[in-house]
Design a protein around this ligand. Structure first.
Ligand code: HEC
Length: 104
């Protein structure tokens, strides 16, 4: 039984560290630049999205901003957003990227 628990813990370590590493802001940036720029201002260097959308900086600055909630929100396409399905990892990466705009 001990031995089983030991083997199990060995098996879980890479799984768990993998899910922690899943939120990768650099990867999120790449996704944002590909999918979100047509509407949102996603970086400091981008000049203009559409007026109807908040910039990523504005999103990160909202009170109560929470990267985990955002990742969850992104799993569902939001209104008027083209219908693309993000994987959980992509949503987490995007959310980690948007979180980098939060002013501390
Ligand atoms: C076709 C235009 C369009 C695209 C592309 C788009 N969005 Fe949006 N997004 C909107 C609009 C419009 C709103 C405002 C919706 C509302 O107010 O109900 C919005 C709102 C949001 C919000 C919520 C802001 C808040 O109120 O807290 C987030 C987060 C967001 N978008 C993230 C993204 C991300 C990440 C991508 C790229 C994967 C993306 N959007 C691509 C149009 C778009």
């Amino acid at each position: 039984m001990r031995r089983f628990a030991f083997v199990l813990s060995l098996a879980l370590v890479p799984l768990m560290s993998g899910s922690l590493k899943a939120a990768d802001a650099d990867k999120g940036k790449i996704i944002a630049e590909r999918w979100c720029t047509s509407c949102h201002v996603v970086s400091d260097t981008q000049r203009k999205g559409t007026d109807a959308t908040p910039s990523f900086a504005a999103i990160a600055d909202q009170s109560g901003f929470d990267a985990d909630k955002l990742a969850f929100f992104l799993l569902d396409p939001h209104p008027i957003m083209p219908n693309f399905a993000l994987s959980r990892a992509e949503a987490a990466n995007l959310s980690a990227y948007i979180a980098t705009f939060k002013r501390r």
